[in-house]
Design a protein around this ligand. Structure first.
Ligand code: C5P
Length: 236
């Protein structure tokens, strides 16, 4: 503060009302599941419904992978990858810029590295503490990042259905795609995410399972909303 400057007025909101910000509790919704299960769309709708902050944690792995690719850095050096992971800015993450297939592939390769996971999990936990509430989606949110989250959803669908959705999405955007290649890619990604030693993809013991194979996004949203509303009233 420069000499002679006036003290700042207290910030508006709870601190001004005399409530210590540190005692304010947040409410976290943890959403996990394999690629293309519909958890991204569902998470965004839930965050919008409750006015919560949303973090797609897959983007943190993708941003790390893209930075390595762009800089021509090796993919087998954990210390280098960790350094890059620590520099990822959560505020600037954008799925459109990180959606390329090779970025997703590279992300799932660096996601097996424990130092990279530790760095990104630290940042994700800081995000999860924001008030009034947060929605985080990924692969290990209910099991590792936010094991105490009051609501955990595990959103899944059969590999065929997930591959079909991805295929339709690409065609819908005017692109071309090979269904069999996408199907193989979905299965390969599942194997890597479910088979790794550190934080493998699996439902937390207390997660609610939502199989969206035969469900519209609206039906999945309504099912999730009933679960969340019940937990919110228990926490009230
Ligand atoms: O969800 P998305 O396809 O963007 O994630 C890219 C990759 O990042 C996943 O295949 C997975 O290997 C990794 N990931 C992860 N843990 C998370 C989120 C994503 O390991 N919480």
């Amino acid at each position: 503060m420069s000499l002679g400057s006036r003290p700042k007025p207290p910030p508006p909101g709870p601190a001004a009302a005399g409530i210590d910000r540190m005692t304010l509790k947040t409410f976290t919704i943890a959403i996990d599941g394999p690629a293309a299960a519909g958890k991204g769309t569902l998470s965004r709708r839930i965050a919008e419904q409750y006015g919560f902050h949303h973090l797609d944690t897959g983007l943190t792995y993708r941003a790390t992978a893209k930075a390595l690719l762009d800089a021509g850095l090796p993919f087998d050096d954990e210390a280098v990858a960790e350094k890059i992971a620590r520099e990822v800015e959560l505020a600037g993450l954008d799925r459109d810029m990180l959606s390329k297939h090779e970025i997703g592939e590279a992300a799932s390769k660096i996601a097996v590295m424990p130092p990279v996971r530790r760095a990104l999990v630290e940042a994700q936990r800081r995000f999860a503490a924001k008030t009034p509430g947060t929605v985080l989606d990924g692969r290990d949110i209910g099991t590792v990042v936010c094991p105490d989250a009051p609501v955990k959803l595990y959103v899944t669908a059969s590999p065929e259905v997930r591959a079909r959705r991805r295929y339709d999405e690409i065609l819908g955007k005017g692109g071309t795609a090979d269904f069999d290649a996408i199907f193989e890619d979905v299965k390969r990604r599942d194997e890597r995410d479910m088979g790794r030693a550190d934080s493998p993809l699996k439902p937390a013991d207390d997660a609610h399972l939502l199989d969206t194979s035969e469900m519209s996004i609206e039906a999945a949203f309504q099912a999730a909303k009933s679960i969340i509303d019940a937990a919110l009233s228990r926490n009230a």
